[in-house]
Each structure stands twice: as structure tokens, then as C-alpha cells.
Design a protein around this ligand. Sequence first.
Ligand code: FEO
Ligand code: CA
Ligand code: CA
Length: 657
Amino acid sequence: MQDDDNTPSNPRALAGARTIGDIIASRLTRRGFVSGMAAASGLALAACGRDGAADGLGGNAAGNAAGDNGGAAMEAPAFDFKEIARGLDETHHLPADYDADILLRWGDALFPDSPAFDPQAQSADAQRRQFGYNNDFIGFWPLAPRDGEEARGILCVNHEYVSTLLMQPGLAADYPESMTRERCETEMAAHGGTVVEIAQRNGKWAPVLDSTYNRRITAGDTAMEITGPAAGHPRLRTGADPTGRAVTGTVNNCAGGVTPWGSYLMAEENFNAYFLGALPEDHPEAENYGRYGLPGGGYQWGRHVDRFNVAAEPNEPNRFGWVVEVDILNPASTPKKRTALGRFKHEGAETVLAPDGRVVIYMGDDQRFDYVYKFVSARAYDEGDREANLSLLDEGTLYVARFEDDGTLEWMPLVFGKGPLTPENGFASQGEVLIETRRAADLLGATPMDRPEDVEADPKGGRVWVMLTNNSQRTADQTDAANPRAENLFGHIIEITEPDGDFAATRSRWEILIKCGDPDKPEFGAMWNPLTSENGWFGAPDNCAVDPFGRLWVATDGNRSTGAADGLWAIETDGARRGAGRAFFRAPIGAEVCGPRFAADGATLFLSVQHPGDGRGATFEAPTTRWPDFDDAAPPRPAVVAVRRKDGGPIGGPLTG
Ligand code: FEO
Ligand code: CA
Ligand code: CA
């Protein structure tokens, strides 16, 4: 479903028309980096190199960080591990001197009273006490270890979606009629998130089932509050909620973030897929819903639950597509949908602090020809005032990016009354600008991108990396410097440099770090550092992480299209190897890798293996693998793995010998 749900809805792209801003922007051309010839000859990386970054190990991200956010500039060591081979089979692979322990599988217990996993007798009741399906984002909040523990923390995991025919038995023959109310409720309970304490003993991580931090958040049950400028708006009110401030559940939580004040951000991505039905004729939301691909019809919940049927409850979709904040230190807290961060197909929401303490969140809207955003809070983070921090995300400015062809970038504010965001254009308030974030961004002339996925900053370096996963539908006359390839099958990675390390800046610079795909096939126009091996290239960058050394790691969802497994690659961003990839982890067949998350010491890497065993025609009865248990009587199980080096050293090197 995830791969098919990317039909473009941006009218600017569909019309093939470029705005005045687009045309002005494209008059200027950049220096040689768009040249495939230069890339093939190995010159491109030199042309792309940042000033002062050509001297190997010393030319690291921190060299660029005039604003150091109170931390010392870090020397990022080069990666040092034995690369794994490309390939595709039923299990996972990583370098021989590393272990990948299965930490939590779909159906695993989270509480002392959790029922045992029984794939043949699934129920919503059981699932509410068990680890959910299709783990995606992983957050980690360290806690002080207790006696006998080497490390401890709270793990936050999104359960993005369910692979319907793979998850429950006996559905394929008469789908969708086979989706009874009970089956749908089980799916709802398998969505959402898990907050669970984990501890490490003797080098092994395990969940702590009796921890008071543990909770399950679901699509079907968890009461949530809508906050920020759109809260209470009449377009958010429903029969069940006349206040427009109380909503049940969250869906399609893809990536997310962990804030410095101990909360977990769950980004609602392809929320349109959960709605069925048709809007009443001439309904005022018709244009708005068209822009978001509503109703998407990917799930059958609307057969049994009115709020997932737009004919019965036309405003319900306006209550999804937000970023949800969960206070993980208070398991009784009500999760908040923070409308100030905009409404779109949110991929991730990782926080970084500007030098003045304001909170900055970079975000991608994952659809073909949609946009890159950032939110800057109005107030600064205050380390001593947690209560104040817990409302920081309700006030601030949402910006959308325009990538100019000259390598500059303008962050344009989505503020009611500014520019075209006025009543004449159908916006009566800031709440409406946010409910229709995409249309507001269209009017501002934002740059339509090749499916923006994760966007993450190096907090010490002032650099930000944008994963653009692919866009097979971009035509030659729709290319620009930031999206330079027509029929972009493999995606690319953009590097943004914020001036003086100021993540709150509104004028930035950008360049392309990598154009993904096989560098040995000139027809694809890939661009890698020529030091990249035959295993080091990939397609379809999706989630990413910056490790404690400031180094970039990229996970893929769609490298499968190259005939090899999805996985995790280390990417050099400085020195002579800048733009080189190196393969670290390979997923089993059918799976994508997501949620890369390093524990604070860099010695554990948590990875999500999502939808193992999937594939064309794959079902519960006939999956493409039964990873990780390889039990002929059980289906494959999405799982979080904990990766450690056998000698306990930092993931990715350096080797401490
Ligand atoms: Fe859920 Fe854009 O990946
Ligand atoms: Ca993703
Ligand atoms: Ca994905």
C-alpha cells in the first residue's frame, strides 16, 4: 500500500505548469553538480565539496558550525567496518563482528498480563497489550541504569500500518468482505505506537514488562487532544466531538522524533488511506480532500466505523495528518495533536535547537511533488521548566522550502494574512492555513520535490540532510536543480547548510549530496563518490539518522526495485570520501529498514525491520519469508533489532582494537 499511495495531487505538477517563482528560479543555473558527465568522471564530488571540507577527517560537519549550540565542535571519525555484500534472501545480514538481537516482535508482551502471541487467534484485546505491527520510527530516552544493568531507557516505536493479508489468516479469498468488524478492530489496535522501558544486561537488551512507563497507543482507543491554532475549528468538529478538540487515535505513524524534554513525536503520514465513502455532493471540503487524496480507500474500517467513512462523518479526515506529541514520562498523559506543525503526509519530526534555544523541526511531506517544511517555535526551550516545554509546539512559525537553482533556499512562512494566505484565497484564519497546509504552500510557490521523506539535522554541524525517495512521474520539463532527474526512479539526498549553524534561519544554502541508483548504469544519471563499492550504492533513501559522532546513516524503502534487499548504509559527508556509501545492514526479503536510532553512547543501534515477507501476492499463508522465527506455523513478524558490536565498541567504527 505504501508504494502505491503516491499518486500526485499537487495541481501545479499535474498541470505541468510552473509558477512565476518556478520560472524565475530556473533562470539561474548552478555550477557543475547537475552534470552527469562530471559525476561519471569523478569530478562532481569535488565540485560539490563544501569550502574547507576537502581535507579528510578534519573537514567534518562541525567545521561549519559557527553556532555550536553550546557544544564543542566534534571531530567525526570516518566509518570503519567491513562492508556487507548486496543480495536478497530470507534473512538479515550485517558485518561478522556485529550481532543483531531481536528485541521486540509484533505480538510480543509489553505488560506482565499480556496474552501470549497466537497468530491464529488474534484480537483487538490481545493486540492492545502486545507490540504492534509494522514498527517504523524508533526513539530512545536514556534512564539511569539500576543494579546489574549496563544501560536502560525508554523505547518509543511507531506502528505505521498493517499489511492486511499478511497479518491475519484466511483473508485473501474473499477480501474485502472478509474484513469483519473484529478483524478491522484488530488492525486498529495493531496501529499506533509503543512506549516501553528496556534495559541492557550482559550486552543484551530486553523489555522491562513491569515498568510503569509502558503503554500502547492505538488507532481505535487512545483519547487524544487537538491543540494549537486549528484546535476547535468548526472544520474539525464531528458528531462525536462538537468541540473540535477531542479525537480518538492516530494512524500511519511513520517516522517521528524525540524532544529534549522527554516527549515522543508521532508523524501521521498516509492518513488518507483509512477513509472510505464519498463526500456529499458539492461538499465544501471537496477541494481540500482532493489535495490530500481523500478518501484513499486502503482499509476497510469505514465499513464498520462511521468516522472512517466520509459520507457519514465528513470532517473526520481533517483531524488526521498532524504530528502527535506524547509525554513519555507520564504514561497517563493525553497525547496532543499539534496543529501548528501543519497538516500533510508527515514523514518525520526530529527536533534540533537553534542557537537561541528555539525548537526547530524539519519535516517532509511524502508524496510526489510535495514539499519540505520546518517549524520554528516561538519560545525557547528551557531546560529547567518541563511544563513550559510541553506546550512549545503549540506556538511558532511553519515554513515551506523554495529551493532556488542558484543553491540558495528560502524558507517561506505559512502565516495567515501574509502574501496570498488571505480570505480572498479562502483562508479565514491561521487554523485554516494549517488545515490546508498543502494548498497554502502551493500558493507560496514552494518547490515540488521528489517525495520528501526523513529530514534530519546534525545538531553540532549546521547541516541538514533531506531524503528524497523517488518520483517516477517527474517529466523532463518539470526538472529543476533540486530535482534534476526526469523519471527519478532511485531518489537523491540534498544537503542544506544553515548559516552560522542557525537552524531557525530563513535563507539557507543547499546542494545535492548523492543521486541514488546504480552508478555503473549511465542512463540513470546517478552521482556517488567513485570510492563507493558495488555494494555501497542504493536506491530509495527513506529514513536517516545522525549518530553521536555526527555521521549520516540512511535506510531504504524501495531498494528492492534494484533486485537487492533494502537496508542501512553509512554515508560519508566530509573529506575525500564525501558522497560514498557503505553497506552495513541488509533486511530480509519483502522488508524495508526504518527507525535507525543510536543509543546515546553509539554502542547500540536500534533498527526497525518492517513488513518482512511482503511482496506481490504474499499472504499470511504464503509469505516470502517467515523471518525472524522461521516457524512454518507462524507468519513473519515485523521486529525491532538491537545491533551491537561484539567487542562493545561504537557502531560503524572506529575500531578500538
Ligand atoms: Fe512511511 Fe514515507 O514512509
Ligand atoms: Ca518512511
Ligand atoms: Ca517508507
